[in-house]
Ligand binder design. Structure first.
Ligand code: GAF
Length: 390
């Protein structure tokens, strides 16, 4: 699919700018378990999926930056690449933020052109923004021969999001888009940045996403608030215990002992994170043992924690998880990503996928009067050049 889209973008690019571009694809991601743990020094278990952003990018031998959102038929031109600043055009900030990060790392960014489009649903919690950032980061790295390793490109993309989109995100989404591997999920230790791939057997389970269709505007402000609450928890823990550099190091006993000082809200946020890390470790053991029911149990636990303690779910996501629990062939379900809307992720027996979708769609319509969009995703390789289309 991205090869066809890449051809369309190449033609658009050629027509607008009169030269041939580099073509790049950058996937969105799913996360099986480990939510809001990345910025707490914990573990995540994402995979890159077959919903992608696609780019045509080239250096124009001038100073101008010319950006085109192909699907929206919108453009943004900047006269001088040396004077990059945040723009009022929302989508352009993800790209400008990346170029600014190259400059901060001492790379002289000359004029460039970029036409992009994609199939990652917006606001679905599948990291369309990380896909956009990582695609351009990969393209500029190649075109400018900047020599950054993939992990540094993930940092470039993450800090672009911090500085130009105002979301103090962790590194999971950008890591997944860059490091994804065909047919494998990857466990990242977000503190050491060590990672391990696990085969995901699609004969045993399929990954089905149910899109609530809700795009809460709360997402970025509440996300940043959660991060601050966790930081507050760490700073209180540090006053009482040695060796705590993030919530990863804390135990439930320590949190219980400090419950009064932490206060109810911070306590619950911290407790969720400590328990989610433990759930992820157990879930990986289940994956290794082929125990999908055990894995699914941890997913339900994750959802309950996100709903009750971290408070980043919403009524629509809760209805979808409850409906999934009653549907045929489901191993586990939970909300996915930052929260306040977007998708649930469901592990479903391959021969029950149709029945599952029918059952959850029916419940969603009956309970909330809403039509459900679903995606059966496959796990693909991370960011790369689109070779076939060139
Ligand atoms: C968003 C962020 F971008 C990630 O870094 C991560 O924190 C996630 O929410 C929650 O797990 O996708």
């Amino acid at each position: 699919m991205s090869a066809t889209l890449a051809q369309a973008l190449a033609a658009d690019f050629q027509q607008r700018f009169g030269y041939a571009p580099l073509l790049v694809r950058a996937p969105g991601r799913v996360n099986l378990i480990g939510e809001h743990t990345d910025y707490n020094g914990g573990f995540v278990l994402p995979a890159a999926v077959d919903k992608e952003a696609v780019f045509a990018v080239g250096l124009n031998k001038g100073a101008q930056i010319r950006l085109v959102a192909h699907d929206l038929n919108e453009t943004l031109d900047l006269d001088n690449a040396a004077e990059i600043a945040p723009s009022d055009t929302h989508w352009a900030n993800y790209l400008l933020g990346v170029a600014a990060q190259f400059q901060l790392r001492g790379v002289d960014v000359p004029g460039f052109d970029c036409v992009f489009a994609g199939t990652v649903p917006l606001g679905a919690g599948m990291s369309s923004s990380a896909a956009i950032e990582c695609g351009l980061a990969f393209a500029l790295n190649k075109l400018l021969d900047a020599g950054f390793e993939k992990m540094e490109l993930a940092r470039v993309a993450q800090f672009a999001e911090h500085t130009y989109a105002g979301v103090q995100c962790g590194i999971m989404d950008q890591f997944a888009s860059l490091f994804g591997r065909d047919g494998q999920v990857v466990r990242l230790d977000c503190r050491s940045l060590e990672y391990e791939y696990f085969p995901f057997d699609t004969q045993a389970a399929r990954i089905v996403l149910c899109n609530s269709g809700v795009k809460h505007s709360l997402a970025s402000s509440e996300y940043n608030t959660r991060r601050q609450e966790c930081e507050r928890g760490v700073s209180i823990l540090q006053q009482h215990y040695e060796g705590i550099s993030s919530l990863r190091d804390a135990t439930m006993e320590q949190l219980e002992a400090l419950k009064g000082e932490l206060g109810g809200t911070v306590f619950r946020r911290c407790a969720y994170v400590v328990q989610e890390n433990a759930r992820l470790i157990r879930a990986c053991d289940c994956l290794n043992a082929g125990d999908l029911a055990g894995f699914g149990k941890e997913m339900y636990g994750s959802h309950a924690g996100l709903r009750d303690d971290y408070e980043v779910s919403c009524a629509e996501l809760d209805v979808l998880v409850e409906a999934a629990q009653k549907a045929p062939g489901v191993f586990g379900a939970r909300m996915m990503g930052g929260g306040f809307g977007g998708c649930t992720i469901n592990l479903v027996a391959p021969d029950k996928v149709d029945a599952f979708i029918e059952s959850v769609s029916k419940a969603y319509e009956e309970k909330l009067g809403l039509k459900l969009e679903t995606y059966q995703t496959t796990i693909v390789a991370g960011v790369g050049a689109v070779v076939e289309a060139q």
